[in-house]
Design a protein around this ligand. Structure first.
Ligand code: USQ
Length: 382
């Protein structure tokens, strides 16, 4: 399949590009290096220097024999979008091309506007490009479990059958996000659903939980093929942050009571999920939604796991509950369904002690690169 990956430079984009070529697909990546630019502006550089996309494509080609086509440009710019779609003629579009960080979206008005403008405009351009240049192509879009928030009822996979005054109708599951970033993902879903109804698009929207890890099937011990790995407060996800904090002796930053529960997955499972979704497309005129995670934990449970394994490796790991910079429920009900991807063949990698030990050992090699000042700056959400 000819698969166009939008956001191919990101934490998930590049590992996905390698994975899909290794699975026999023809892949092109698109990126404008927005994430790199913001990280430089905010002084939150990743754990190690990551070669740019042209360079990584060269390294991967030498390593595996698989080629990846690279397009550098801004997907908000229609002329660029037109060129990419006409040149590559995709059969599938995997859309990661968004400002992905909740804390960054809450930093200030400028960051909020960038998040809104980038995320919605790119999604809209993707929809219009599919309609105009490749109407038979499927779209696989990365959404987020955060679209649902933390409701006091079970979370279904995207849809809810509602009975009201004796009549029934299926609606998108009610969504109430906790950050502007997560809210843009709700708006994306609404845009996609609208154009699925108008134009019979084939769309899969993957409601993903926080991802952790840096090694995948394709990059094991090849550090120049590792993903763009953030550990700072703005862009780092919680498990990746805790691992880096454990390595550098920074008390693990549990926000508030630490009862916040989310659905987590290993980066290897992200790769499986997007590949399975692409290889088993949604039918025409359908917005198919899967909840993309494999197990749930509270923040306290994660901190305790990292502490235990870290101490076994001889690190002195402490945990510190700090005032929560975010506005979120710190103790709540959380029971999301997640059977769709399992039914398609997802084989989960769980957060075992071995997996954490491997992550810690990898990060230990980069201990000298860790900038403790980037770990916590307290971006208040209120
Ligand atoms: N948390 C801490 N301490 C930290 C960092 C986070 O207690 O040092 C807590 C947060 O308050 C939150 C939970 O851990 O309750 C998860 O935080 P996170 O930063 O790992 O995840 P989040 O900001 O929600 O965003 C991440 C990704 C985003 C993705 C989302 C999935 O950055 O792209 O959409 O996970 S989800 O969280 O399910 O919405």
């Amino acid at each position: 399949m000819r698969i166009l990956i939008l956001g191919g430079d990101g934490y998930l984009g590049w590992p996905t590009a390698m994975h899909l070529t290794a699975a026999g697909h023809d892949v092109a990546v698109v990126d404008n290096y927005l994430r790199r630019r913001i990280c430089t502006e905010e002084n939150v550089e990743p754990l190690f220097i990551v070669p740019d996309l042209h360079e990584r494509a060269k390294i991967w080609k030498a390593d595996s024999g698989y080629g990846i086509q690279v397009f550098i440009g801004d997907l908000m710019d229609w002329e660029f979008v037109e060129r990419v779609f006409k040149e590559f003629d995709p059969e599938a579009i995997l859309h990661y091309a968004e400002q992905p960080a909740a804390p960054y979206s809450m930093l200030n008005r400028q960051a909020a506007m960038l998040t809104l403008e980038n995320n919605l405009k790119v999604t809209a351009n993707v929809i219009f490009a599919v309609r105009e240049f490749c109407p038979k192509a499927q779209i696989v879009k990365i959404g987020t479990m955060g679209e649902y928030g933390t409701p006091n009822i079970d979370i279904e996979e995207g849809w809810l059958e509602v009975e009201h005054k004796g009549r029934q109708q299926k609606f998108l599951y009610p969504r109430q996000a906790g950050s502007l970033y997560h809210t843009t993902k709700i708006m994306d879903t609404d845009l996609l659903w609208f154009y699925v109804r108008m134009w019979n698009l084939k769309v899969t929207d993957l409601m993903q939980g926080p991802v952790y890890g840096l090694t995948t099937y394709e990059n094991e011990s090849k550090e120049n093929l590792y993903p763009f790995f953030n550990y700072d407060e703005l862009f780092g996800t919680v498990i990746n942050r805790f691992v880096v904090q454990a390595v550098v002796g920074y008390p693990l930053t549990v926000y508030g009571k630490g009862g916040q529960t989310r659905g987590y997955l290993n980066i290897k499972d992200t790769l499986q999920c997007v590949r399975l979704s692409l290889e088993n497309p949604a039918p025409e005129g359908e917005l198919r939604i899967f909840n993309q995670f494999v197990e749930t934990f509270t923040v306290n449970e994660l901190a305790e796991k990292v502490q235990k394994v870290g101490n076994q490796l001889g690190l002195k790991v402490t945990i510190k509950k700090i005032e929560n910079p975010r506005l979120e429920a710190e103790e709540h009900y959380y029971n999301p369904a997640h059977t769709g991807l399992m039914d398609m063949g997802l084989e989960p990698h769980l957060l075992t002690d071995e997996v954490l030990a491997q992550m810690l050992e990898t990060v230990i090699q980069y201990r000298d690169n860790i900038n403790e000042e980037a770990i916590f700056r307290g971006v208040k959400w209120d």
